[in-house]
Design a protein around this ligand. Structure first.
Ligand SMILES: CC(C)(COP(=O)(O)OP(=O)(O)OC[C@H]1O[C@@H](n2cnc3c(N)ncnc32)[C@H](O)[C@@H]1OP(=O)(O)O)[C@@H](O)C(=O)NCCC(=O)NCCS
Length: 188
């Protein structure tokens, strides 16, 4: 749980209990929820969801060496590892139930931060960390087929479209992936 990443504009670190309020704000926004396949919920439901998300992320890090990381902007006082600064979203890697050589990339940002390249910036750092620290051969990402912004993030990361799959999450999703070799080629 010691991981702390820095990008030009963002600090990434594991979630702490104090992030619950910021994360609840994120999940309370219908525009965010609709892309994450989350059921409608009020503020209380979003707070409970944020609690469960933080607990699950901390467990993922303990048990699987990867998980979601909290995103904070440097301009809000966030530095590597510190708890200062509001959490504006998350980005990270999650183990897939049936894959041993691949993990899934995740990301979400509060609506007021969309459209500035921040998801791509965070995900670039997470992909680089993943290939350096996990023994995976590839990193996958999934999104609803009509979610153009998320597909665009995956494309900007150099991920390749693998068509659609209904293997995960109980619905048909567009699947993208990037291999260790391709990531190395693109980043050298
Ligand atoms: C998807 C999401 C993470 C994108 O974050 P972001 O920081 O705005 O992403 P970026 O700015 O790095 O890149 C977005 C790209 O999509 C493009 N885009 C955004 N909305 C678009 C739309 N409706 N149609 C076409 N392109 C769109 C942007 O122009 C940009 O591409 P460009 O750099 O080539 O111009 C953000 O919208 C979000 O958090 N949504 C809610 C949660 C979510 O959907 N998570 C992903 C689940 S799979």
């Amino acid at each position: 749980m010691k991981i702390a990443l820095q990008t030009p504009r963002l600090s990434l670190r594991p979630f702490v209990g104090a992030d619950q309020g910021d994360l609840a704000e994120l999940f309370a926004d219908e525009a965010v929820r609709q892309h994450l396949a989350m059921a409608p919920m009020g503020r209380k439901g979003a707070a409970a969801f944020a609690d469960r998300f933080i607990t699950a992320a901390r467990e993922e890090w303990r048990e699987g060496d990867c998980g979601a990381l909290a995103l904070r902007l440097h301009e809000e006082g966030a530095t590597a590892g510190s708890i200062n600064g509001s959490v504006i979203g998350y980005c990270g890697l999650r183990l897939l139930p049936d894959r041993i050589s691949a993990v899934e990339l995740l990301y979400a940002l509060g609506q007021s931060h969309w459209g500035h390249g921040l998801a791509t910036e965070a995900a670039e750092a997470v992909l680089a960390w993943g290939f350096s620290n996990l023994g995976v051969r590839e990193i996958l990402a999934f999104t609803r087929p009509d979610h153009t912004a998320s597909r665009r993030v995956m494309e900007k990361l150099g991920m390749i479209s693998g068509g659609e799959t209904d293997r995960y999450y109980g619905e048909t999703l567009a699947q993208y992936s990037i291999s260790r070799g391709r990531h190395k080629d693109l980043n050298n």
